[in-house]
Each structure stands twice: as structure tokens, then as C-alpha cells.
Design a protein around this ligand. Structure first.
Ligand code: NDP
Length: 405
């Protein structure tokens, strides 16, 4: 059983220790915030100075990014995030919708000569201002545009899921290696301060030995909206809620444990007669067994109201992130010794800017990205195993040999 901490002082000491941890990767904004998270009475955590940024300030020319696909995520999250970058800058756009591309180019000051469509995309090889192509297209187009980007001599940042099959992922890795260019997958949660703090707390043993993890991601799929219409089509999405948001549950289980699962079991369910789920699955429940004995129970669904959370149970306490993977306003709480969970304040950081600056820094310094193509491939392999386990009603064994983090 967990040891009781001295009231107030002991608990505060535990949390103050955790507050001293620096954000592991470059969060660019630096304002302390109080989240919407409920605090526990008088023992709420004190506000602290934000930790110093760990990414060195940019010096020299910035790395030029071209964003490929100007949809909801690109226009609402990624393009605005360049303003918070210190190493990456937006220099190019690729779009199949000329009016939109023109308007966005004007809005962000992108030169007309750096705006491409999908036919002219390969000419990007002649454009020295563009170092990186950031692929933000429907899932089934990731492989083609990442490979074409690499063949054009560019580094590639590709959104999750990396591709719709492991074979495609392998082709992408090969193409980037052949070109001698970097390939990174856009796993923003691995650059998000609350998730980084949770990883650090687990590593430090603050909740003792981790035993179980639960991780759930869900939202209502609305194919009448443009950004969801392709998500209901297998040919473009590759799968349903698992490929789109279940991947966050899977990622969390992997980056919290720092291990690769040995075995998966799974079930899927799609409401009979619901046309949204004619081609893709609605809900998936999957379990992962890790080498250390940690068991993770994860879900994803396109059929329930929005939720994105995980909880890590150790033998001394638990960590709770709810929301865990929102664009803004994630909330981390911790409980120790059976006491109610308390808010851990984590200085705000722009996860999108941190992610893009990380790739830029890797390019400038010759380092490997933290979330390379191999990381995306691992998830796609595991998701293939999850689908196989659900289809065949049996546990599926995996390699489980690759430590990370
Ligand atoms: P959208 O549908 O909003 O955007 C996709 C864009 O791709 C379109 O607007 C269009 O841009 C372009 N496109 C090219 N070919 C097609 C096609 N055949 N059908 C539809 N669009 C096409 O989707 P999202 O922005 O929501 O998602 C894009 C990618 O980003 C996905 O892989 C998704 O998983 C990922 N994503 C990641 C998130 C994260 O938090 N990391 C969050 C949300 C999405 P244009 O008109 O300019 O050609």
C-alpha cells in the first residue's frame, strides 16, 4: 500500500519537487497559467515561475517549412503556431484549392513563387527556400507526399497516423534515408508540457511502480463537415477512430511506460445501420501488455461525446491527465497515498511550435528527431495488430523489443 504523506507539508513537498522539473522540450510561450483544473482546498499548488526553456534560442537562418494541405488542422493550429517558433518559419504552401492558397499566402506573407499545387509539388526540389515539407493531408496520402518530398530533397514532417499500412511507413523511411533527409512524425503530445511532466514524474518514481494505464479518446464523427467527410472513407482514412484518435491512447501508453507492448487484444463495435460506420469502425477497446507487467486498457470512439484523457496508476499514487491531448488547456493532477488528486501547474508551451522547432533544430545540428519515422511505424504496426486481434478474436503477440524514450 502507498505510504501516507504528512498532511499539507508532505503533499506540498511532493508537488513542489515536481514543479521544479524543467519542461523537457522547447515550449515557446512562457506564461504561468491556472488551468480549469479543480484544485484541492487550501492545499492547492502554489503558482511558480515558469521553468527556463531548454531549447537554445535560435541563431542563424531559420529552417523553411512548406505546409502541404490547407485543411482544418493546418489552418487553425499549424499556420498560426509559426508565430511562436524560434527556428522554423513558414515559407511555402501546397494546396489543391488555388483561391484558398492565394488568400492564405497573402495572410501569412508567403511569396507567390513558393505556392504549389499537387501537380507542381515535385518542382519544390528547385526551391532552396524550402527545407521541410509538412504533410497535413488525409491519412492515405501521407506516404505518397512524404516520399515525393524526400525525393525532391526535402526533410519531411508528416502528420499522424504516419500512413495507413506498415508497408507504406517502411517505404517512407526508405525514401528519406535514400535522400539523406530527416523524417519526423507529428506527435505533438510528445512536445506538450503536461505530457512531458507526466513522463518525467513517472520516470522519477513519484507514483511508484506503474501497474496499469487507462487511456480514452472519443468524439462524435460528423461526415457532413469537410474535415470529417474523408475520415468516414476507408480509402482515405485507412480505418476509423483507432487510426485517428485511438493513436493518442496508444502513444500515451507507450511514452508513459517507455516500453513496447508484447501482446494486444481488442474488440471493435460499430452501430449497425449507422451510415457513418459503413466503411470504418466506430469504437475500439484494446489492451496492451508491456514487458514490465504494465497493462494498459485503451479505447477510442467516434460515437461518444468528446473526451481525451489518461490515468497512470502506480503503487504509490496515480497521475491523471484530463484533458490529456487537447490543443490547449490540458490538466495534470496527481494523487499520492490515497489522498484526493491535486492539480500540478505546468507552464504553458505551444506544442506545435515546439514540435516544428525541434525538427528545425535537428536539421541545424544533425541530430535525429525525437519522433522519427520508426516511431510512426511502431504505432502503425501495433494498430494493424489491434485490428487483427479484433477481427480474429484472439490476442496478437508483438516484438516488444524496442525500448524508447
Ligand atoms: P482536413 O480535411 O481539414 O484537411 C485536409 C486537407 O488536405 C484538405 O483541406 C485539402 O487541402 C487536402 N486534400 C488533398 N486531397 C484531399 C482529398 N482527396 N480529400 C480531402 N482533402 C484533401 O483534415 P484535417 O486537417 O483534420 O487532417 C489532416 C491530417 O492531419 C490528418 O492526417 C489528420 O490525422 C492530421 N491531424 C492531426 C492532428 C494533430 O493533433 N496532430 C489534429 C487533426 C488532424 P487543400 O484544399 O489545401 O488541398
Amino acid at each position: 500500500m502507498s505510504e501516507p504523506l504528512e498532511p499539507a507539508r508532505g503533499r506540498r513537498a511532493f508537488f513542489q519537487q515536481t514543479l521544479a522539473l524543467a519542461t523537457a522540450f522547447g515550449a515557446t510561450a512562457a506564461c504561468s497559467r491556472r488551468t480549469a483544473g479543480e484544485k484541492v482546498g487550501a492545499e492547492a499548488l502554489p503558482a511558480t515561475e515558469p521553468p527556463k526553456q531548454t531549447v537554445a534560442a535560435a541563431s542563424g537562418p531559420r529552417v523553411g517549412f512548406a505546409v502541404v494541405g490547407l485543411g482544418k488542422f493546418a489552418t487553425e493550429q499549424i499556420l498560426p503556431a509559426f508565430a511562436a517558433c524560434t527556428r522554423a518559419k513558414l515559407v511555402g504552401l501546397v494546396s489543391g484549392t488555388p483561391d484558398k492558397a492565394k488568400r492564405i499566402a497573402e495572410q501569412y506573407g508567403v511569396e507567390a513563387k513558393n505556392v504549389y499545387d499537387y501537380k507542381s509539388f515535385d518542382r519544390i526540389r528547385d526551391n532552396a527556400a524550402i527545407d521541410v515539407v509538412y504533410v497535413i493531408l488525409p491519412n492515405s496520402l501521407h506516404a505518397e507526399y512524404s516520399e515525393r518530398g524526400a525525393r525532391a530533397g526535402k526533410h519531411v514532417l508528416c502528420e499522424k497516423p504516419m500512413a495507413i499500412t506498415a508497408k507504406e511507413c517502411e517505404g517512407m523511411i526508405r525514401a528519406s534515408k535514400t535522400a539523406g533527409k530527416k523524417l519526423m512524425i507529428g506527435y505533438r503530445a510528445q512536445f506538450e508540457p503536461n505530457n512531458l511532466r507526466a513522463i518525467e514524474l513517472v520516470k522519477r518514481g513519484e507514483i511508484g511502480k506503474v501497474k496499469t494505464i487507462i487511456a480514452d479518446h472519443g468524439r462524435i464523427l460528423r461526415p457532413e463537415e469537410p474535415s470529417d467527410s474523408w475520415r468516414a472513407k476507408r480509402a482515405l482514412a485507412g480505418g476509423g477512430s483507432l487510426m485517428d484518435i485511438g493513436i493518442y491512447s496508444l502513444q500515451a501508453a507507450r511514452y508513459i511506460t517507455g516500453e513496447e507492448p508484447l501482446e494486444v487484444s481488442a474488440r471493435t463495435f460499430s452501430t449497425p445501420g449507422d451510415p457513418r460506420f459503413a466503411e470504418i469502425e466506430e469504437t475500439v477497446a484494446f489492451s496492451l501488455a508491456f514487458p514490465s507487467g504494465v497493462l494498459a486498457n485503451c479505447t477510442s470512439s467516434y460515437g461518444h461525446a468528446e473526451g481525451k484523457r489518461y490515468r497512470v496508476f502506480g503503487d504509490k499514487g496515480y497521475l491523471d491527465l484530463d484533458p490529456a491531448t487537447a490543443y490547449e488547456g490540458n490538466v495534470l493532477r496527481a494523487s499520492k497515498g490515497g489522498k484526493p488528486a491535486e492539480l500540478i501547474e505546468v507552464p504553458h508551451g505551444n506544442q506545435f511550435a515546439a514540435e516544428m522547432d525541434h525538427l528545425a533544430e535537428c536539421i541545424q545540428s544533425g541530430k535525429e528527431p525525437k519522433t522519427p519515422g520508426e516511431e510512426g511505424l511502431r504505432d502503425v504496426r501495433i494498430m494493424e495488430a489491434i485490428y487483427a486481434a479484433a477481427r480474429e478474436h484472439r490476442p496478437v503477440r508483438l516484438g516488444g523489443d524496442t525500448q524508447h524514450g
